[in-house]
Each structure stands twice: as structure tokens, then as C-alpha cells.
Design a protein around this ligand. Structure first.
Ligand code: C5P
Length: 253
């Protein structure tokens, strides 16, 4: 059997050539990194959990008419996606102060923001993905004014969907990051949600206890990362049966 062609390897995922032109296979690794890869580990089961969680969120968005690159999940670690041209910006949406925003503005973590705030960071590991203003984006032509308008709309639609779905299972979405891809269709192009949406790229807090159910568990050594991600998957009803701890036998009448 011929070996498939590797297209790109990132910190948490690998992209392979897909079965049809214009498609790719996205493989979720078990590697965890934080602080621009200064902290690293391999965490058994993380890739499979992010694969099913990203499938859940992307499918939901597709169903609601918010376009994503997701086509279908292939197996426990891989999904088929549309090949897109990645916009070189990370789009961050924040509902509550945390992370770099809390630090930058001296806000206490957990403070509700007056309204959702959308931020853009330049995707550049060597520079540590610096925060950039719309002025920089337009001046350096990383995206057009139309793209910016479309990215704000996409960011808010994803925020409303994610926040609503997670509220339904008792989880607060403090913030998250999405990546945006450009898809060409003849002379036209449009933007879609790309990459992944998973607890690796969100801050998820239990509504009642404030318990962290996201990558901060790894960043801050707060316990088992897979237990936290599995709890999110369990609440959403997508935890694979194989990963469910064996329960006591039950009597069948
Ligand atoms: O670190 P910061 O507070 O700016 O992160 C905001 C949100 O974006 C967090 O949910 C974090 O997990 C996510 N993020 C990410 N990838 C990055 C930077 C931030 O997923 N490179």
C-alpha cells in the first residue's frame, strides 16, 4: 500500500493529502503543548477526544449554516476536511477575562466583560503570535476589510452557538480561539471556520464550581487533562463507549 502524502505537521495535528482533490485528512495527535511549545507532553487519548469534540462543534455549526472546513469524521483520530487557504490570523473571542487579556489589562480572572470582545493575533510562532490591530491587518494585507467584517460575523456566530450549547450542559465559555480558511469557488472566495474547536482552544469553566475543563488543566498542572476533556465529551453525549470506565454489572429482569 502506498504511503499517503504528508502535507503539514503542526504541534497538535498532522494534515495528509485527502482522497479527492481539495480535501485533506486531519489527524489529531496526543501531543500537548503550551506557552508557545515551552511546555510539552504526550497525553494518551487527547487526540481522540479532540477529534470527536471538534466533530461535534463543527457539525453543529455546519447544520446552522455557519460554514466550516469539516466534511466527516473518518475514525477515532482522523477527519476529512476541505482544503482551505489559512488566513494568517488567530481570532480570539472573549466573554470573561482570563489568560493574556486578564494579564494585559490587570483584570481579575472570571470578570464578565461588558460584551464579547474579538481580538486578532498574527499566526507567527517565532514572534509568539502577537496581538494585532485592524490597522495592522489592513496595512500589511493579511486580510481585507470585507474579510474582517466576515470574520467578526463568523466569530460572533460561533460564540453564540458554543456559549449556548455549553450552557446547556452546565459549562461557561470564557473564551476561545478559531482559525479561518479561505475557500475558492471560481472567481469568488468565502471564509469558513477551519482547524479545530476543542478544549485545546477554548476556556471552559463548570458553571457551578468554576472547575476548569480545558487546556489550562495542562498549562497550570491542575490534574488529568483527559479526565477534563472526557467530562466535556460525556456531558455533550459524545464520549466514545470504549473510553467509558467499566461500570458495575446490572441485573436484567
Ligand atoms: O492565551 P490567551 O488568553 O490569549 O488565549 C485566549 C484563548 O485562545 C484561550 O481559550 C486559548 O486556549 C486560545 N488560544 C489558542 N491558541 C493560541 C492562543 C490562544 O487556542 N495560540
Amino acid at each position: 500500500m502506498a504511503r499517503r502524502k504528508l502535507v503539514y505537521e503542526g504541534k497538535a495535528k498532522i494534515l495528509y493529502e485527502g482522497p479527492e482533490p481539495g480535501t485533506l485528512v486531519q489527524y489529531f495527535k496526543d501531543d500537548a503543548t503550551a506557552f508557545n511549545a515551552e511546555k510539552k507532553d504526550v497525553i494518551d487519548g487527547k487526540g481522540a477526544l479532540n477529534n470527536i469534540l471538534s466533530e461535534f462543534f463543527m457539525k453543529g455549526l455546519n447544520t446552522l449554516g455557519v460554514p466550516t472546513h469539516f466534511i466527516k469524521r473518518l475514525n477515532m483520530r482522523e477527519q476529512l476536511i476541505r482544503e482551505v487557504e489559512i488566513v494568517p490570523l488567530e481570532v480570539i473571542v472573549r466573554n470573561y477575562a482570563a489568560g493574556t487579556l486578564a494579564k494585559r489589562l490587570g483584570l481579575e480572572e472570571g470578570t464578565a466583560l461588558p460584551r464579547p470582545i474579538v481580538e486578532f493575533c498574527l499566526k507567527d510562532d517565532a514572534l509568539g503570535d502577537p496581538l494585532v490591530a485592524e490597522e495592522h491587518i489592513l496595512a500589511f494585507n493579511w486580510a481585507s476589510q470585507q474579510d474582517l467584517d466576515d470574520m467578526f460575523v463568523l466569530a460572533h456566530r460561533v460564540n453564540d452557538f458554543l456559549s449556548g450549547v455549553m450552557y446547556g450542559v452546565g459549562i461557561r465559555v470564557a473564551d476561545f480561539k478559531i482559525e479561518i480558511g479561505r475557500v475558492y469557488d471560481g472567481d469568488f472566495s468565502h471564509l469558513v471556520i477551519a482547524d479545530e474547536i476543542s478544549p485545546d482552544s477554548c476556556r471552559l469553566w463548570d458553571l457551578k464550581t468554576g472547575e476548569k475543563l480545558d487546556k489550562d488543566v495542562f498549562r497550570r498542572n491542575l490534574g488529568s487533562l483527559t479526565d477534563a476533556y472526557a467530562e466535556v465529551a460525556r456531558r455533550l453525549g459524545v464520549l466514545p463507549k470504549i473510553a467509558v470506565p467499566i461500570s458495575k454489572p446490572t441485573l436484567i429482569n
